[in-house]
Write a protein of this length. Structure first.
Ligand code: F6R
Length: 243
């Protein structure tokens, strides 16, 4: 793993954007694996700024997202589909037909997982962007998820429901299930960049980089991938033992 420690969230976002933008500029037909949450918002802002200032085009870029809440339609303000339009898709020239997320309101959940896995088999991520949960989850692969997992329906842990409740009117409104790419779908990416900021992530970051490789901390699976860059700010790096 390559580890880049930056001063703050803004510089973390810029470093991560450099990696993704290099992929986009090199291959105008690249497939971007994308994440939601607070961690990548600044990186998306940098990508939008670059699009506006330098004209980097997303006309032929496609994307696959990590996850989506079960039960929320794409029009719901808390859905990840909505998040992606708001924070990236509506602000660059990507064709929405080339973007993909699991369908939160699909009638048959297993059929939806099968559809998404089939799609991922045809759209290998040129680069996969990840955040990390305070419990070490990646995507919604919670502790205990096997490393060979593919897209599946996840029962969210109380810890994750609590973490995510800040975006909802009350904790009772947070969906209790989500679709998530599995760890094996994530590891299939050609390149991975994982961003984390703040003290709240320090434990998970330490486990990911220095802890025992185990499904107990899903992010440790990334140590088995040949091209992972961890971009973290000083607070998220604060528990690392090694220089
Ligand atoms: C989001 C996702 C999650 C988040 C993680 C961190 O698509 O897959 O794994 O990356 O929960 O969330 P934030 O960035 O909000 O701290």
């Amino acid at each position: 793993m390559k580890v880049i420690i930056t001063e703050d969230y803004l510089s973390m976002s810029r470093e991560a954007a450099k990696i993704v933008l290099a992929v986009v500029k090199k291959n105008p037909r690249a497939v971007l694996g994308l994440a939601t949450g607070d961690s990548p918002i600044g990186m998306y802002e940098e990508m939008i700024r670059d699009h506006e200032q330098n004209g980097t085009s997303y006309e032929f870029i496609s994307s696959v997202n990590l996850d989506e809440y079960v039960g929320l339609p794409a029009s719901h303000v808390q859905s990840y589909a909505y998040f992606m339009r708001k924070h990236l898709f509506d602000r660059v020239n990507i064709d929405l037909n080339n973007t993909a997320l699991p369908d939160g309101v699909a009638k048959d959940k297993q059929a939806e997982c099968d559809r998404y896995n089939a799609l991922l088999a045809t759209k290998r991520q040129s680069v996969q962007v990840l955040g990390i949960g305070s419990n070490g989850h990646i995507g919604f692969n919670e502790p205990g998820t096997p490393f060979d997992s593919v897209t599946h329906v996840v029962d969210l842990t109380p810890n994750t429901i609590k973490d995510n409740s800040r975006l909802f009117a009350s904790v009772d409104e947070v969906p209790t299930q989500a679709y998530s790419m599995g760890i094996s779908n994530i590891l299939n990416a050609e390149k991975i960049v994982i961003v984390a900021s703040g003290e709240k992530k320090a434990w998970a970051v330490r486990q990911m980089i220095e802890g025992e490789i185990s499904p107990a901390v899903p992010a440790t699976a990334l140590r088995g991938h040949k091209d992972v860059t961890v971009v973290i700010d000083a607070a998220a790096a604060s528990l690392l033992r090694r220089e």
